[in-house]
Structure formats: C-alpha cells, structure tokens
Design a protein around this ligand. Structure first.
Ligand code: NAD
Ligand code: DAU
Length: 336
C-alpha cells in the first residue's frame, strides 16, 4: 500500500508516520509538507533513512506538484496538513482558509482524477463548537466558533461532498485534543511544560475552567489506522480520549508533577470566542473495535517526561519566530 501523508512533519502526522511504518512492514509513505513554523524534520529522525519513506517539501495548494505525486500511483491519502493553532487564526485567518480549505480541495481533486482508493480527511471536534452538557454525535449540527474551526468545517464538508457527488471514498475523522511527544510548544501542554521547566509564568486563559477531552496521540493514530481498514466510505467518526479536565486542573497537575510552584500560574485575558467545553460521543468508532489504550495520568506523565528528556528538541523552537509571536500574545494579554 502506498500512502500520501500530508502535514507529516507536524505533531500528529509525524507520530502517525512512525506508527504506520512500524505496523505495516510492506507499506510506502510519501510525506508532503510545506515545513511551516510547525513542521519540523527533527520529528522524523527515526524514519528518515527508511527506504519505505520519502519526504517532499511542498505546499498542498500547489496543484501541479500534488498532481505529479498522486499520478505516481497513490492508494491512500491522509490529509493532516493544516494551520492548526486557534490563537493564530484569531486576527490572521488567511493562511487557514488557504491551506485548510483550498489545500483540501486540491488534494480531493487530484484524488478524484487518479482513482485514489481512500481519502482520510483529518478534521477536528472543534467543528461542532462548544457544548455545556452531554457529548456531540457525528450527526450533530456543526457550529464552528473560531476561524480555525470554521476552515476545518469547510474542508470536512468539502471532503464529504466528494463522496456524495463523485463517490470518492472519503472518511472524515473528528478528534479531540491530542497530547504526546513532538507537539509544537504553542499548544497548551507543551507550552506549559516547557515554560515551567524555565520558570516562566503559565498564561492560563480566563477563569481556567474551560474543558478539553485529552486523547493520547498514539490512540489517535491507532484509530486512523483502524478506519483506513474498517471505516465506511462517506462516514464521519469521532475520536475522543474520554479524559475531560478543566484547564486549571491540567495546569496544576503539570506543575505538581514537575515540582514547580503553583504561583507560576498567571491568569490572563481570555481567548476571544473561547469554546467552553468539547466532548465527543465515540460509540460509532468503538463499535468497530477501537478503544483508547492509554491511561490518562500515566500518558500525561510520560509526555511531560519526554519534554524533560528532549530539551534539544524544543529549545531551538522556543526562540526566533516562535518567541516573538509568543511574547506578543502573552504581553498583549497581560496588559488587559
Ligand atoms: P501541526 O500544526 O503540528 O502540524 C501541521 C503540519 O502541516 C506542519 O508540519 C506544517 O508544516 C504542515 N502544513 C501546514 N500548511 C501546509 C501546506 N499548505 N502544505 C503542506 N503542509 C502544510 O498540527 P497537528 O496538531 O499535528 O494537527 C494535524 C491535523 O490534525 C490538522 O489537520 C488538525 O486540524 C488536526 N487535529 C489536531 C488536533 C490536535 O489536538 N492537535 C486534534 C484534532 C484534529
Ligand atoms: O480540539 C481539537 C483541537 O485542539 C485541534 O483541532 C487544534 O488544532 C488544537 O490546537 C487544539 O485546540 P485548542 O484551542 O483546544 O488547544 P490549545 O492547546 O490552544 O488550548 C487548549 C486549552 O488551553 C484551551 O481551552 C485554551 C487554553 N490555553 C491555551 C494556551 C495556548 C490557555 O489557557 N493558555 C494558553 O497559553
């Protein structure tokens, strides 16, 4: 089986490539990634010399490039490529529309022209919007509430339309918040862990009571793998970890585990349009035999340990463009 993975140099994509190459010995993987600030070939050091793996630096909106790759004979496309950070989307949504929506269109068109046997569109639970009580099912109305979520919802429905209109075998996955190794340190867990290790304040938005459902990245990878094999064309699948926790408790857990003082928590101005709670009903996926295998506390501790051990990986990311962006965000919030 020959896969085209897009955005494979990012957090989930790189974990997925490692997982897939390990599990499927006779597969070949092409990783097409633009290497934006979030793409990092350090994430793939273990597989870079594997003859089954090939990296191509490029943009998914580049139709001739995508066409030239898919024409080689691709069985399966897994589209992870996206702009992914909600805070960056607020006020600077252009790249999100361009990559997340138009990029998905380019890939879908190419898949359609060349008879790709399966197209997995990696969507997100954010497309549903916020839920105070209960959990979202795949049939619930989409109500994305920030430009990132809206661009993902656009791609999610565009992918479905290629099934409904052209019978392109599309599957859409909607996962909850992932955590694990190699996550860019702008997302809350790696940001807070690496800040704490440097004794830098942890900027907790609003009252800290927003709830996220945490999914260990390897459980996300196993779900995608299962869906490649057993998912039904044209269907949507929620993928949740079942680990809901308010941000303030998550923050305290990280500080306590690292033996850092809780006084490092700095309550700052809330994110605009901050979704209060995400929660997914995953019965549809569980009926196919999937279960999240990670124990949340243990996986979180192992994740924190990974960042402690791998300062070489994040040290260079916490400078330059990232640092400028982060400082601006943080200082702007502190002013209010
Ligand atoms: P990430 O930001 O770590 O990585 C995104 C990758 O996409 C980077 O390697 C980047 O270089 C690449 N990319 C961006 N624009 C591109 C373009 N135009 N062409 C080619 N490559 C491009 O993201 P992530 O957290 O690994 O998320 C991966 C996917 O999973 C995204 O589609 C995201 O919406 C979805 N998702 C993420 C989470 C989460 O908690 N992180 C949860 C649910 C769904
Ligand atoms: O739910 C899936 C989504 O999870 C993915 O689709 C997105 O790509 C991914 O970025 C993530 O979105 P969130 O906005 O939930 O993740 P983030 O890590 O940015 O924030 C998690 C929570 O922590 C959220 O309630 C905001 C809060 N937060 C975040 C940051 C960066 C803070 O309190 N302080 C911070 O500095």
């Amino acid at each position: 089986m020959k896969l085209l993975v897009t955005g494979g140099a990012g957090f989930i994509g790189s974990n997925f490539i490692r997982y897939f190459l390990e599990k499927h010995k006779s597969c070949a993987v092409i990783n097409l990634d633009k290497l934006t600030y979030a793409g990092n070939l350090d994430n793939l050091k273990e597989v870079q010399s594997d003859p089954r793996y090939r990296f191509i630096k490029g943009d998914i909106i580049d139709a001739p490039l995508v066409e030239s790759i898919v024409r080689e004979g691709i069985d399966l496309i897994v589209n992870f490529a996206a702009e992914t950070h909600v805070d960056r989307a607020i006020g600077h949504a252009g790249d999100f529309i361009r990559t997340d929506v138009y990029g998905a269109f380019v890939l879908l068109e190419s898949a359609r022209s060349h008879g790709v046997k399966r197209f997995v569109q990696i969507s997100t639970d954010e497309v549903y919007g916020s839920i105070e009580k209960g959990s979202f099912k795949e049939t619930d109305t989409l109500m994305p509430r920030n430009p990132y979520a809206a661009s993902k919802a656009g791609a999610d429905r565009l992918a479905y339309s290629y099934w409904a209109t052209y019978q392109l075998p599309v599957i859409v996955t909607r996962a909850s918040n992932n955590f694990g190794p190699y996550q860019y340190p702008e997302k809350v867990i790696p940001l807070f862990v690496t800040n704490a290790l440097r004794d830098i304040p942890l900027p907790l938005y609003g009252d800290g009571m927003n709830v996220r459902d945490w999914l260990f990245v390897m459980d996300h990878c196993s779900a995608i793998d299962l869906l490649i094999e057993k998912g039904r064309d044209g269907e949507i699948y929620n993928i949740g970890g079942g680990n809901e926790i308010p941000n303030v408790e998550l923050t305290q857990f990280i500080l306590d585990y690292l033996k850092k003082p809780r006084t490092l928590i700095k309550k700052v101005k809330d994110r605009q349009g901050h979704d209060r709670r995400y929660s997914l009903d995953c019965e549809k996926l569980k009926k196919l035999g999937w279960r999240p295998r990670a124990d949340f506390t243990q996986a979180l501790q192992e994740t924190v340990d990974w960042y402690v051990r791998n300062e070489w990986w994040w040290d260079k990311l916490k400078s330059g463009e990232y640092w400028e962006y982060y400082r601006k965000q943080y200082v702007d919030r502190e002013k209010d």
